[in-house]
Design a protein around this ligand. Structure first.
Ligand code: ADP
Length: 429
């Protein structure tokens, strides 16, 4: 409104309007503007005479209102009385100075008073329309959001149905890796878990079946021997004695398997709980070799201990002793008669290194990666003969892993094997 009014005030200055020579186009525009805004426009000349009143009431009268007076002195004003829905502008009508110095000279005032009622009603109507549009927009957005949520949730719904099937224990399935990126990633993560569970489940089943088989064998032997004794009459005492010796051997074997199994299960359960103390590894090896010497002597096997430097390490004494004992025991068991076992101990500032080398049967290449598995034996008959359970190396590997140690094996078939271990001197949990 102000812009239009200012525009008209400028045009009034440009014409001879103030002298009473009214331009009909400008006059029509002024009247039209007064009409549009339900207002009234006065044009006042330099002598405060009203040259135009769109209401044709005060023409040729003098106007000395405060507003007009201030505007003549260069202060245009805007009065807005929103409570009365009324607004008025007093805008100066200027012409360029006669001297041509570029200055403007005020030669009149255009007063534009308008009712803001009509504007308010327009605003009300627009508000109403905006509210309707807003409501419509909201409804449309809700419908769209509902539709989109259905689209987004669809892959999850499919996944839930598949997961319900998983809950029943059916691991022979995978989640659909389709849909949005996030679905694909979630499905891939779940599929990786399923895969791991499957591997664990298979290894558990394998383990249980191995355990059952191993435990059943000695019992079956005992049963067969006991039945054959009962089934015969007048059996000589020597046969009884012979059979009972065999039965005792089988019972010992069963006991050994159960002891080894319990040891393994306990290690799995405790998962790294070690009772560590400073242990002299050299002394520990001397004790182990002394204990095994009688078995070695029976087959004329020479046991040699080489300690390059004294080693004291922070380890669980019982467990490490068991692990090292298994290695030396195997080196004797799988050696040839009159063979040799060399145990070599060395250390640096971080680790101790132990090698157990024998002159025995050796391990076939394809078996080397399996010998640390539970119940794996290269030659079942030989292992059985020597009282092996197939758990010794699994226990050794487990103990070393608990100490953050590693074990490696080198072997030449028919010539011998060399087990090498490395264990940190200071155990860190
Ligand atoms: P076992 O109680 O049968 O000895 P282990 O777990 O100690 O079980 O060893 C697994 C298998 O690895 C053994 O059955 C044997 O075939 C092979 N093995 C282990 N140590 C040696 C060795 N020093 N020389 C040759 N074969 C070995």
């Amino acid at each position: 409104m102000k812009y239009t009014a200012q525009n008209m005030a400028n045009q009034c200055g440009n014409t001879a309007f103030l002298d009473g020579q009214m331009d009909s186009i400008l006059l029509a525009e002024i009247n039209q503007m007064a009409d549009v805004y339900s207002g009234r426009i006065f044009v006042v000349n330099e002598s405060y005479g009203i040259v135009l009143d769109t209401a044709s009431l005060y023409e040729d009268r003098t106007c000395v209102s405060d507003e007009v007076f201030r505007c003549m002195t260069g202060n245009s004003s805007i009065v807005e009385a929103s409570d009365r829905h009324y607004m008025s502008f007093a805008l100066p009508i200027t012409i360029s100075d006669q001297d041509g110095n570029g200055k403007q000279q005020i030669v009149g005032v255009l007063v534009f008073g308008a009712s803001t009622q009509s504007i308010a009603s327009i605003v009300d109507v627009m508000n109403e329309k905006a509210n309707v549009l807003l409501l419509l927009g909201f409804l449309l957005l809700s419908v769209f959001a509902y539709g989109m949520s259905g689209v987004f949730a669809a892959p999850f719904r499919r996944a839930i149905v598949q997961m319900d099937a998983l809950e029943t224990g059916n691991l022979n399935m995978e989640l659909d890796s389709q849909g949005f990126d996030v679905n694909r990633k979630a499905a891939d993560a779940v599929n990786a878990i399923i895969h791991r569970l499957k591997v664990q489940d298979e290894s558990r089943q394998q383990f249980v079946s191995n355990v059952s088989h191993e435990l059943k064998t000695p019992i079956t032997s005992c049963k067969v021997m006991a039945e054959s004794l009962i089934g015969q009459e007048n059996v000589p005492v020597e046969i009884y004695q012979d059979f009972f010796e065999s039965i005792l051997e089988e019972v010992d074997r069963e006991q050994q398997i159960v002891t080894d199994l319990l040891e393994l299960v306990r290690m799995d359960d405790m998962q790294g709980v070690l009772n560590v103390s400073q242990v002299n590894i050299g002394t520990m090896l001397e004790v182990i070799l002394r204990r095994l010497k009688p078995i070695a002597q029976k087959r004329d096997i020479e046991l040699v201990l080489e300690i390059i430097r004294p080693v004291t390490a922070l380890v669980d004494e019982t467990k490490i002793s068991l692990a090292l004992n298994n290695l030396v025991d195997n080196a004797i068991k799988y050696n040839r008669d009159s063979g040799r076992v060399l145990v070599h101990l060395d250390a640096d500032h971080k680790y101790f290194y132990l090698t157990v080398e024998d002159t025995g049967v050796g391990i076939p290449e394809d078996a080397r990666e399996h010998i640390f598995e539970r119940f794996y034996r290269v030659d079942k008959a030989r292992s059985r003969e020597t009282g092996g359970t197939g758990l010794g190396l699994a226990i050794t590997k487990s103990v070393l892993a608990m100490h953050h140690g590693v074990i490696k094996v080198e072997s030449v078939l028919g010539e011998g094997s060399k087990f090498m271990i490395r264990v940190p001197l200071r155990y860190t949990a």
